[in-house]
Design a binder for this molecule. Structure first.
Ligand SMILES: [Zn+2]
Length: 399
């Protein structure tokens, strides 16, 4: 009898213990739920969404901007725009050093695919100097012009490419030559057209990232001018952007090469290259050697704009066997007709002294007005207007 009683007692105790355990577990679970949910808001509790519904959408892929280097700014606003853009640039780009002007290799190709050109032309501060070489000309080491036994059958094919694209003209000996180069062309379409309409022969240097280059350069050529690629290169002032795909001192060798190729393939029919800006890059051995080696391969000439008197352009061109010329006078640091006319008279002086002179101007109102006045007088003053190729021929001792 005692057994079943005892058994009953045990059962009772068991039920109590089990009930107590269940109660404790329930309390514990409730408490746990409270503490784990302490980071959530009250509304989250109320909604009681399943866990998978509480997940946010995955973030969209962050892409690099299409054209971070180009400034769509009005002429007067260029500087402010650069400053405004600057702090944003590190956010857009992944790179740390160097700043501003460097873009990743692939990105530079993307930019080139659809260039967005600024509406107006800009330029770094150009030196006032008049460059007059002390020697008559620095000659490129050319083979001894000893007469060959059998003359080449077709001279045209033997000519380097720059000579094939050069305007053909006879320059009477002892007539001082003046070469006028208008660069920064192609962006300001209206003024570019006005510059092209001037009577030549002059040399028209087009910015490679301008639009409709085939049409614009075709018109310049049709109007009797010679063509150059106005190659954007890094200036000393880091606040000034030389434009997309510019050659700068931060680029890896392969990127540098890619950019040189890109710039030289925007249009055809040009005789060579002159630098846009470049007061830093033209003093850099690596950049200049990469450029000259490509110009040599393509048989093109180099005109050093000499935006920095310390430019090593002529030196490296000479070493690499690239025919070259150098700028003597900038015509329009002051964009006023009278100021430009004054620079043109300085150019005349250099030409009388050295036999030739190279002036660089830009598609600006003062420049165009001054040239309209000066061009018809050049011949009567005893000068002959020539394209840049004639100066290079003279430099090489070939004319
Ligand atoms: Zn320029």
């Amino acid at each position: 009898m005692a057994k079943p009683v005892k058994h009953k007692k045990v059962n009772k105790t068991l039920v109590i213990v089990v009930a107590a355990v269940i109660g404790a577990l329930a309390y514990g679970a409730a408490h746990l739920a409270n503490t784990s949910g302490s980071n959530q808001t009250a509304s989250d509790h109320k909604e009681a969404k399943p866990w998978y519904k509480n997940h946010a959408k995955p973030p969209e892929m962050i892409r690099l901007p299409d054209a971070p280097l180009i400034l769509a700014a009005k002429e007067a606003e260029v500087d402010e725009t650069i400053q405004e853009l600057k702090p944003k640039q590190p956010l857009k780009k992944k790179q740390v050093p160097p700043p501003a002007s460097v873009t990743p290799r692939l990105n530079s190709v993307e930019i080139s695919a659809k260039p967005v050109a600024p509406p107006t032309v800009y330029e770094e501060a150009l030196p006032q100097d008049i460059y007059t070489p002390t020697k008559t000309a620095t000659k490129v080491s050319t083979p001894d012009p000893a007469p060959e036994k059998t003359p080449p059958p077709t001279i045209e094919h033997q000519q380097p490419r720059w000579m094939q694209y050069a305007l053909k003209m006879d320059v009477p000996k002892d007539t001082p030559m003046i070469a006028l180069v208008i660069d920064d062309l192609g962006l300001d379409r209206k003024r570019t057209a006005r510059a092209i309409a001037l009577s030549g022969p002059m040399t028209m240097a087009f910015i490679p990232y301008a639009k409709d280059l085939k049409k614009q350069t075709g018109r310049a050529r049709a109007n009797g001018h010679e063509l150059l690629v106005h190659l954007p290169m890094e200036p000393l002032n880091a606040k000034i952007d030389a434009g997309p795909n510019n050659l700068n001192t931060h680029l890896a060798a392969e990127d540098l090469k890619d950019r040189i190729h890109w710039n030289l393939e925007r249009f055809s029919g040009y005789v060579g290259v002159n630098n846009h800006m470049g007061s830093r890059a033209t003093t850099d051995d690596t950049v200049m050697k990469a450029l000259m080696s490509e110009l040599r391969n393509r048989e093109m000439l180099f005109l050093d704009s000499r935006t920095n008197p310390k430019s090593i352009g002529a030196k490296i061109a000479g070493l690499e066997g690239v025919p070259f010329a150098e700028r003597n006078v900038f015509l329009d640091n002051v964009n006023e007709k009278d100021a430009v006319l004054k620079q043109l008279s300085l150019l005349e002086k250099v030409s009388r002294r050295s036999g030739f002179a190279v002036g660089i101007g830009h598609p600006r109102d003062g420049t165009i007005a001054a040239l309209q006045e000066w061009l018809p007088t050049a011949q009567s003053k005893g000068f002959i207007l020539v394209p840049i190729s004639q100066i290079v021929l003279k430099n090489q001792g070939l004319s």
